[in-house]
Ligand binder design. Structure first.
Ligand code: ADP
Ligand code: MG
Length: 216
């Protein structure tokens, strides 16, 4: 409790996420080949490589938390052709709206930002839980953060719990039938496959837990 999550930790998070996306691109594409159009890895690599270059060049991209997250949102929206671009864009854009010129945020603030981010994804994609989408990882992660805030846990503890909840949610998509996005075209044949977007969403929380845990 009490420790803030700093701009430097958030920037490190996004660089770690870009690296993990590179590392897992083939796997994400393989998951999307089973129930979609085999481009989720390539889509995420395109978007996050752009984010990485902007952060490393530091062209007005990370002056404060709001600017950082807005830069990520705009970069993903403008560089990813698939559904995931506008959806992740909505997540980061709505989260950014909840902060101003802050150089750090409390766990409570970050949790509120992410709750708004999830609502942004819901509004854009019109999906709810259990429809086999990224929301099945994002929403349990934010639920876990909210519980951790109530319990007064440290950011590190809270984000580790959020990452575990996202991973559970990701695995749970295997059993679900898709009713949104391309995978819904398969109907019951989508059952038995893990959702690619839920997988990249789990990575988002896994890398955040790492970034905060390792940069204390
Ligand atoms: P596309 O489906 O256009 O090829 P991607 O392959 O990059 O885009 O992303 C697919 C992922 O996007 C899915 O695995 C799913 O998690 C997510 N997704 C698709 N439609 C929706 C939606 N309406 N709401 C939330 N997430 C969605
Ligand atoms: Mg796809």
């Amino acid at each position: 409790m009490g420790q803030d999550i700093t701009l430097a930790q958030l920037r490190d998070w996004l660089l770690r996420y870009a690296d993990l996306i590179d590392e897992r691109a083939a796997y994400l594409t393989e998951l999307d080949a089973a129930i979609g159009d085999a481009d989720h890895g390539a889509n995420m690599v395109r978007g996050m490589s752009k984010v990485r270059s902007r952060l490393l060049e530091d062209v007005g991209g990370c002056a404060d938390v709001g600017t950082l997250l807005r830069t990520v949102a705009m970069t993903l929206i403008s560089s990813i052709g698939g559904a995931s671009g506008p959806l992740y864009g909505a997540f980061f854009m709505r989260a950014a709206k909840e902060t101003n010129g802050d150089l750090s945020v409390s766990l409570g603030e970050l949790t509120r930002m992410f709750r708004c981010g999830v609502e942004g994804v819901q509004q854009r994609g019109k999906a709810n839980l259990e429809e086999k989408t990224m929301l099945d990882a994002l929403e349990p992660a934010v639920d876990a953060l909210e519980q951790a805030v109530v319990s007064g846990h440290s950011p590190e503890h809270a984000l580790t719990a959020a990452s575990a909840a996202a991973q559970e949610g990701m695995k749970h998509t295997i059993a679900l039938e898709a009713s949104k996005g391309r995978a819904s075209y398969l109907g019951p044949r989508s059952i038995g496959h893990q959702d690619p977007g839920a997988t990249s969403s789990y990575y988002l929380f896994a890398t955040l837990a790492d970034a905060v845990g390792k940069n204390k």
